[in-house]
Design a protein around this ligand. Structure first.
Ligand SMILES: [Zn+2]
Length: 467
């Protein structure tokens, strides 16, 4: 009798549980447990950046994917986020488009390929590739790339126009070892953290390590712009090369974020000649400049890298993507500003992020419009660098940086003057920060993780070492 009663109770319990299961919507547990780090008002540490990327992937899993591109010397991951509105899992797409996208995805996966999809044909040349954090101390570039992710996911309805036409791959932190070292040990650190055997020096400039006239770069290990032992000697640049090479047929516009030159620059970096399609690149850069000026009045400069930095730079990622992979468009955007240094006060993070996104979004639209005007197969061979390739130890030549640069007495005078200007500007920066603090006092308080101290992060450095 008791057994039957127990059985009946159990049966009722299981019915109730089933009912609960039916009436309660299934909530993905991981979505609830990943807190969202504040990307707009703080400089995040490496772990928090990963946490934000994971939060976004969980929250917007129908059109966002996360990939690990490589592992650094100190065992950190270089990660890329793919934002693809045309993903077959995207429930907001019309059924016909979803079916079409599913067919393409299946075809690609059946070939055994991994990573973001690569599709044949000019109509699939629609990837916007944004990379940041190559130079460890340029924290604002990392925050700005995270702002791009924020805009394209958490604010996707505002940016639906670009999402419908384009696919985004964003690498927010190319050099995580250097970034963490800059955050915790030496704010002015630029290179990665892989030591060089037989010397006391550590680190290579990842933006001199690409295989594009690499041999012309600086070859002294102690230099801030050291090119490395050989092209792609660094895990960070190998990780970038692998994804860039595989996506090359679909790349439309490559954007490399740096700071603090407040300029939008196009190739070449390695020589002073303009590229064959410089007009289109200039149009693209001007489009970004105009958008930012309209947004808040900030004025960017535009021109070629070698022209604006007044030197030639070999082995950079932008020349590699434009010159070797033949992407139709590639630019470097140097964020603001000389006055604010590499790590503007945290109060400026969202302002710089938003204004930059405004410019970047307009450039993405412009890149889409310009795509048919550029055919990289029909252009003449690119010029050689000013110094013969294979000349070897260029760094022992005329100047200590190893990068071709005219050093006239007049320029030396100008550099001295610019150092004095930097010191006199310090008071202005503190005043600017005070004003920002006063303004933010009116707003609800939010946690600040980075020290609010403003300093000339680039003190003693050449401004052109920012690229
Ligand atoms: Zn840089």
């Amino acid at each position: 009798m008791q057994t039957t009663k127990t059985k009946r109770v159990k049966k009722t319990k299981s019915r109730v549980q089933k009912l609960i299961a039916i009436t309660t919507p299934k909530l993905p547990i991981r979505r609830l447990v990943i807190p969202r780090p504040d990307v707009l008002h703080t400089y995040l540490e490496y772990n928090q950046i990963n946490q934000y990327l994971e939060y976004i992937v969980n929250r917007y899993s129908n059109f966002v994917k996360l990939y690990t591109l490589g592992i650094t010397h100190e065992k950190r991951e270089v990660r890329a986020l793919e934002i693809n509105w045309m993903n077959p899992d995207n429930v907001e797409l019309p059924t016909t488009l979803r079916m079409q996208a599913a067919k393409q995805a299946e075809l690609y996966r059946s070939s055994g390929a991994k990573g973001p999809m690569v599709l044949p044909g000019d109509k699939n040349r629609n990837i916007i590739f944004i990379e940041a954090g190559t130079h460890a101390r340029e924290w604002i570039t990392v925050s700005t790339s995270l702002n791009c992710i924020y805009q394209l996911t958490e604010r996707y309805t505002r940016n639906i126009e670009v999402l419908r036409n384009l696919r985004f791959i964003i690498v927010p932190l190319v050099n995580p070892d250097g970034y963490e070292y800059s955050r915790t040990k030496n704010r002015n650190w630029r290179k990665n953290r892989r030591p060089h055997k037989g010397t006391k020096f550590v680190g290579t400039d990842c933006n001199r390590n690409y295989d594009v006239y690499w041999e012309s770069g600086p070859s002294k290990t102690q230099r801030n712009t050291y090119k490395g032992e050989r092209p792609f000697s660094e895990p960070e640049t190998r990780a970038m090369r692998n994804i860039l090479d595989s996506l090359a047929p679909n790349l439309l516009f490559f954007l490399s974020l740096h700071s603090y030159g407040q300029s939008i620059m196009y190739p070449w970096g390695y020589c002073r000649d303009p590229p064959y399609h410089w007009r289109e690149l200039h149009t693209l850069a001007t489009c970004g400049r105009t958008a930012i000026k309209t947004y808040n009045g900030r004025e960017y400069r535009t021109g070629s890298i070698s022209c604006l930095t007044k030197r030639t730079i070999a082995g950079s990622v932008v020349d590699y993507v434009y010159g070797v992979l033949k992407a139709p468009m590639a630019l470097v955007m140097e964020l603001p500003s000389r006055e604010l240094g590499f790590q503007p006060p945290v109060e400026m993070i969202s302002q710089i992020g938003h204004e930059s996104w405004f410019g970047i979004r307009e450039m993405c639209k412009s890149a889409f419009d310009l795509r048919r005007r550029i055919n990289r197969d029909e252009e003449p061979v690119a010029p050689r660098p000013p110094r013969a390739a294979g000349a070897g130890d260029c760094a022992s030549a005329a100047n200590s940086s190893g990068e071709e640069k005219k050093t006239t007495p007049k320029k030396v005078r100008m550099r001295k003057r610019s150092k004095r200007t930097i010191l006199s500007q310090h008071a202005d920066i503190l005043e600017m920060q005070k004003r920002h603090k006063a303004a933010t006092m009116m707003l609800p308080r939010r946690p600040l993780t980075a020290p609010a101290l403003v300093r000339r992060a680039g003190q003693g450095d050449e401004p052109s070492d920012t690229v």
